[in-house]
Design a protein around this ligand. Sequence first.
Ligand code: VG1
Ligand code: CO
Length: 548
Amino acid sequence: MSKEFIRRTVRLSSSFSDQKPGTSGLRKSSLQFEQPHYLETFVQAIFQTLPGLKGGLLVLGGDGRYGNMRAIDLILRMAAANGVSRVITTTNGILSTPAASNLIRIHNAVGGIILSASHNSGGPEGDFGVKINAANGGPASESLTNAIFDASKSILEYEIIDMPPINLENMGKYSIDGMSVDVIDGVEDYVDLMQRIFDFDQIHDLLKSNFSMVFDALNAVTGPYAKRIFEELLFAPYGTVRNGIPLEDFGGCHPDPNLTYAKEIADLLIHGNDYSFGAACDGDGDRNMILGRACFVNPSDSLAVLADNAHLVPAYRDGLVGVARSMPTSAAVDVVAKEKRFSCFETPTGWKFFGNLLDSNLISLCGEESFGTGSNHIREKDGLWAVLFWLQILAAKKTSVAELISKHWLKYGRHFYSRHDYEQVPSDIAVQLYERMESMLPNLQGQKFAHSNIYKADNFSYSDPIDNSLTKGQGIRILLDDGSRVILRLSGTGTQGSTLRVYLEKYSNSSQNISLDPQLELGSLILAIDDLAEIKKRTGFESPTVIT
Ligand code: VG1
Ligand code: CO
C-alpha cells in the first residue's frame, strides 16, 4: 500500500440502536450525524448489506446541504477500504435524487447513496440524511432497508482509509488505493434524458409566446438543473429560476414545495398577475409544486391530469400501460384510468413501493399526494420532469393551468382533497392518539360519520403483486358509504417529535365544483375526525401546522 493511503479498522465500544430508516432512508438532525462514528456505522452497515458492492460500481452525491461534502469524503474512503471497485460522484457533490437514479441505471451501478434529508431544512441546526438506492435506481426495498438496519445495530468496527480529501471542484479521475473515482458533471446526463422524453422545441415555442414562467429552486439542488433546462436550453429569460444556487442551509428556507414553505412563489402566482406558470421543487429535486395564474394544482389532481394527457409527450405517445398512486393520494387518477381502460394500483406511502410495478412494466406513471410524480424513465419521483410534463401539455393544448384543471373536473368530477399536518407533536401523545384510533377500528363499521356512514375502517396493508411481500400498518383508513375517505398516518420522515398527517377526500361530479373551496367542502369530515380522534384535545393544537 502506498504511503498516502493508510487503511484502518476502527473498533467501537458500543453500537447505535437508533438507525432505523423511515419513509426514505435514515434522517436525523445534523447534530446527531456529527456524533463520532454515527455516519460511519450506518455506512458500514450499507457496505455489508447492499448486494454486489464488493467489486461493484456505486453512485454517490447529495443535495448540497451542510454535511454533504464531509459525507462524500468519508464514504469514498470507506468504499475503498470495503473493496468497492469504482465510484461515480459529481462536481461539488451536487446530485439530485432523480439524477442519481438515472446514473445508477445508465452505468449499471449496484446502487447509490444520496445524501439528503429531502424536504427537511438543512444546516448545522437542520437535518441530514442518507438515502440508499438499489440497482434498479429506486429506493431500497423494505427488506433491504430492514437488513441494513439490523446490520447497523451490531456494528462494532468499520474499515476506512486515511488520506486527504479529493478535489470535487472540477471533473476528474482519481484512484484511492485501487478504487477508481470519477468526478462527473451531475447535471448533464439528466438533462440529456429530459431532452429524449420531451419535445423541447414545442416548449420553447410556448415560452416565446405570451407565456411567462417562474421556477423556485428554494436554494436547493434543482438550481443548476433548472438553469440549464429553462434558461439555457429553452431560452426562458435569465432570472426565471429564482434561488438557483444550492446553499448549505438553503438560505434558511425550508425546501418543501407547498403553500406554507414555498409561500413566496405561491403568492406570486395566486395573488400576482405577472406569471402564467410557476413551479418549485424540494431539497433533493424529487418533488414538485405546480401553480397557474390564481391557481394551485393539488398534487393528486396533477397526477390525474398527467395520466389523462400523457399521449402529448413524445415518450408516452403510445399510451400508458397502467398507473399507481399511494393509498392516501386521492382517487382522481383512478377515474382517468377507468375511463382510459388501464390498470390502477394502490400502494403504501413511499416511492419504494412503485419499484416492482415499474420494473415489471405494469405501470408507466405513478404519484403521491405529497407533491411527487414520476414515471418509468427512472425509479424515483422527479420534480423537474413533472414541470416539463406540465409545460408540454400546456404547449400542446394551447391552454392555461386553470382552464386545463377546470375542464378536467368537468369531465371527470372533482376529488376535493386536503392534507392536514400536525408537526412536532410530542411523540408519546401522537402514538397514543394513533393507537387509540387503532383500537377503535373494529367498532366503527356502520357508525355515522360526517355526512355519511362508515362502511369500512381498517389499517391499510399491501401485498406486492410481484414478490408477494406483505407490508402492514400503513395508515388508518375510514371509508364512507359515499366514497369519501379520511386517513391518519404518522410520518416516517420527521425528526422532531411526531408528525400526524390527516388526509381528507370527498368526490363530487357537480358542475358547480370549480369555484368551491376544498376546506369548506371537507368541513364536515374535518370536524368528524377531530371529534373521533380527539386531535385538538390531545395535541393541544388549535389548527394544523401545514394545510395542503
Ligand atoms: C413523506 C411523504 C411521502 C414521501 C416521503 C419521501 O413521507 O408523505 O409521500 O414518499 O415523504 O419523500 P412521510 O412518512 O413523512 O409521510 V422525499 O421528497 O423526502 O424523498
Ligand atoms: Co425529496
